[in-house]
Design a protein. Structure first.
Length: 446
């Protein structure tokens, strides 16, 4: 008589019920001791239930999505010893005996072939079982001994969970770990490759279609070419780059007084001495002190290109959409030179006359909405740059100075950065340094 072993859910700690998220074996699979059978998942962790015996899976008594508790029977395994004999016969014992008394030549051949399959499977099987079927119904002896051609990929519970959350089929991921194990880095590489493919949605479900005219009249307006390019670029950046935004404020009371004092001289030369010019010059100086913010992450994801030049892109609002002309070598130019160049570039942008060089080579971007309004925003990084500065409208606020509240002009700043390259502490130091430069621009000369 074959001996069947019921495998039950082990101690699951403080949880009364946990979810079955993956069935790792199929009926008829041969399993070894400690081979994982199913994956359970609680709110805090994933757990793979191992087999306590070696044998053949006879019944799977749960399905993906079920909730199970400690002691619940999940799999029935026919223990090795009787398993091979059982594999070579039908589950219906009277019929098997009758077939054994007078086997036809075809039946003998089938019996030999069926009995040999578990042995071959045992010799060539990978440490993890083949197949991922969740069926629980009884099948005939031939189905019970059928072995899936492709072995199930090796991966830890945390990696499997990561794959489920990202919607990645582990069988399609090339493993790089020892003994063919799939690592988390393999999944990230797989996703990045998929995102680079034309028409890729990044694995996201498509947005539902809708009828905009269902509730009233509408006017359909085509996006401009600039709108389309901007949409594609910011979407790609948002999908590829882990964005974090750091906020700070600079007291620019003294800087604004200085700007107003020299505004007339700039206008006499044919341009406005805008506040963005000061921000660009201070940012260029800050980038020299923090070269990591003036870098680009190479395609291999393992090396940085630290740029030895500082080109500041400045976002300009036009009727056609957002354009970002570039001030080249901003660290080598004075505030007046930057102001004159920005005036020229902005005029060309609004007239649609920017050339290729005018919009290429930026190492860092500034997006200023201070002339429009708002107290803060989170700008999207302009890849392949690793950071972008958002500037909002300055406001006069009461600030406690030397034992009394005094009116000060405060400028909100928002630095979005690529968290693969820059950590939070570095972002805070960079932004604070920039604030100090704006609060006393004489520091640029030091």
């Amino acid at each position: 008589m074959a001996q069947n072993e019921e495998v039950r859910v082990p101690d699951i700690g403080d949880f009364d019920e946990v979810d079955v998220v993956e069935i790792l074996v199929s009926k008829g699979d041969h399993v070894d001791v400690e081979q994982s059978l199913i994956t359970l998942e609680s709110e805090k962790a994933s757990l793979e239930v191992p087999s306590p015996v070696a044998g053949v899976v006879r019944k799977i008594k749960t399905s993906v999505g079920d909730k199970v508790s400690e002691g619940t029977v999940i799999v029935v395994i026919e223990v090795d010893g009787d398993a091979q004999a059982k594999e070579s016969s039908s589950e219906d014992e009277p019929e098997a005996e009758a077939a054994a008394e007078s086997p036809a030549p075809e039946a003998e051949a089938a019996t030999e072939s069926t009995a040999a399959e578990p042995e071959a499977a045992t010799e060539s099987a990978a440490p993890e079982p083949a197949g991922t079927s969740h069926e629980t119904d009884e099948t005939d002896a031939t189905d019970a001994t059928k072995v899936t051609d492709e072995p199930r990929p090796h991966a830890s519970p945390s990696v499997r969970r990561m794959a489920r959350e990202l919607g990645v089929d582990l069988g399609k991921v090339a493993p790089s770990g020892p003994k063919g194990r799939v690592l988390s880095s393999d999944i990230r590489g797989f996703v990045k490759h998929a995102l680079r493919q034309p028409g890729s949605s990044g694995g996201l479900p498509p947005l539902p279609e809708f009828d905009p005219a269902k509730f009233g009249p509408v006017e359909i307006v085509a996006l401009s070419k600039i709108n389309k390019l901007t949409a594609r670029n910011v979407h790609r950046s948002w999908l590829h780059i882990p964005h974090v935004t750091h906020f700070d404020e600079a007291d620019i009371t003294g800087l604004e007084e200085f700007r107003r004092a020299h505004a007339a001289a700039a206008e006499a030369k044919g341009f406005k001495l805008t506040f963005v010019s000061f921000v660009a010059r201070a940012t260029a100086a800050a980038l020299l002190s923090f070269p990591r913010f003036n870098s680009s992450l190479l395609a291999d994801g393992e090396n940085l290109a630290l740029r030895r030049y500082v080109n500041i892109g400045v976002a300009v609002d036009t009727e056609q959409g957002l354009l970002v002309p570039v001030v080249h070598d901003a660290d080598k130019k004075s505030v007046l030179e930057i102001a004159a160049e920005l005036a020229e570039l902005s005029e060309k942008a609004r007239a649609g006359k920017l050339g290729p060089r005018d919009m290429q080579g930026a190492t860092f971007t500034i997006s200023s909405l201070g002339g429009i309004g708002g107290s803060g925003f989170t700008p999207i990084i302009n890849s392949p740059e690793v950071a972008i500065l958002g500037v909002s409208r300055a406001q006069t606020r009461p600030v406690y100075v030397d034992g009394a509240f005094v009116p000060r002009l405060v400028l909100p700043l928002a630095l979005s950065y690529d968290h693969r390259v820059i950590d939070g502490a570095a972002a805070a130091r960079f932004t604070r340094h920039l604030c100090e430069l704006l609060e006393d621009l004489r520091r640029v000369l030091l």
